[in-house]
Write a protein that binds this ligand. Structure first.
Ligand SMILES: [Zn+2]
Length: 375
């Protein structure tokens, strides 16, 4: 069976990013939260006993260390024949989108590579500082001066390696923990345990940060908790849906539009039902999808008398009734409209975010979808 047909621009892209550039051909995007935290850090570091040139060098060194950490992951990933499609930088590190899931043994190697790069960089900074007769000591960097740039980057890289090796998913250490656990447990069980450790670590870190006045730790723990909670929800979703076909969760009663319907008629239809997105049909074939977003844009730009055929989306997600729900879940999580479900090339249902979450809630209460499937 082939996978779902997804428009290229919706293929699980992570939203909320600004600025993108390429390093070694890998697109890197900066998430808004990354930029916010970076701006706070940059401003709080000003006004110390160092020149602005050294400060810029320090910040550039930090950013380069982050990127090289990610490139460590990319290189080892490539070694296993897996392509990194893009990396999105979050405050606690990069999230890589790969063209396939890693096997546990592969994940251990990939996850270790990033912190190893930081340890190597720390070593290089230590050598540079020592050659220049600067003493590398923790006490020495409590006051950032022009002379201890090497020492500052040494400790920054050690810190990055240590933080990433925390056995708390989604940190690299948590990925290593999950891979080791998955030798004894089912993959989703392993993820659940690793994300639980991640959340507990985040809570402990936040409490420690609050009481010791290290507010940077509190911010980091917030993002760590968020990452762990998201991954735990995804793992639970997989457990609840794996082996279940799309037809068990799809909407089978729905309205369609045809080419000669106008925007006005589409609006009337959307007001008189709870349906958000409408398939547009032509001679029994699907020719497009009119989502609520497109409908509103069309109303604003072209007015109520425009024909839906001119304003509908021609890129949409299409699934077959037999697609495994667990493989469809990540696609639906990023989709801005419903998916069309086909059987023998005929439209038989819609998979909507609302119905899917309703279905997941029922599954948590022990509903067996096989009993309720239409024959
Ligand atoms: Zn990493």
């Amino acid at each position: 069976m082939t996978g779902p047909t997804i428009p290229a621009d919706q293929n699980r892209r992570i939203s909320g990013t600004m600025f993108s550039f390429q390093v070694f051909g890998i697109p890197i995007r900066l998430h808004v939260t990354f930029l916010l935290v970076a701006a706070v850090l940059l401003l709080s570091g000003l006004g110390e006993e160092r020149s602005s040139v050294v400060y810029v060098l320090y910040v550039a060194g930090l950013f380069a260390s982050l990127l090289l950490h990610e490139m460590g992951h990319v290189l080892v990933t490539r070694n296993f024949g897996v392509r990194t499609l893009e990396i999105v930088m979050f405050p606690i590190g990069g999230v890589a989108r790969l063209d396939r899931r890693l096997q546990p043994a592969e994940e251990i190697a990939v996850a270790t590579a990033g912190p190893l790069v930081n340890m190597f960089l720390a070593g290089a900074c230590w050598v540079l500082a020592t050659v220049n007769n600067h003493i590398v000591s923790l006490a020495g960097i409590s006051n950032s001066t022009n002379d201890n740039l090497g020492a500052q980057l040494f400790f920054a890289n050690l810190g990055m390696a240590a933080f990433n090796l925390l056995p708390a998913f989604p940190m690299d250490g948590g990925r290593i923990l999950r891979s080791i656990l998955s030798r004894f447990r089912h993959a989703d069980d392993a993820t659940r345990i690793a994300t639980w450790v991640g959340r507990m670590t985040a809570i402990s870190m936040a409490l420690y940060g609050l009481f010791s006045g290290h507010y940077l730790l509190v911010i980091a723990s917030f993002f760590l908790y968020l990452g762990a909670a998201q991954e735990a929800a995804a793992a639970l979703g997989r457990v609840l849906t794996s082996g279940i076909p799309v037809r068990a969760a799809m909407v089978t009663e729905f309205h369609t539009l045809s080419h000669n319907h106008t925007v006005r008629e589409a609006i009337q239809m959307s007001l008189s039902s709870s349906q958000q997105d409408f398939p547009v049909m032509h001679g029994g074939e699907i020719s497009g999808l009119l989502s609520r977003g497109s409908l509103m844009r069309a109303l604003a730009a072209e007015g109520p008398d425009a024909y839906v055929v001119g304003v509908m989306d021609r890129d949409f997600i299409s699934l077959t009734v037999d697609h495994d729900l667990s493989t469809v879940l990540p696609v639906m999580a990023r989709a801005s409209h419903c998916a069309l479900v086909l059987q023998d090339h005929k439209l038989v249902g819609l998979l909507t975010a609302d119905n899917l979450s309703h279905f997941l809630a029922l599954r948590r209460f022990g509903l067996d979808p096989e009993e309720h499937l239409p024959a």
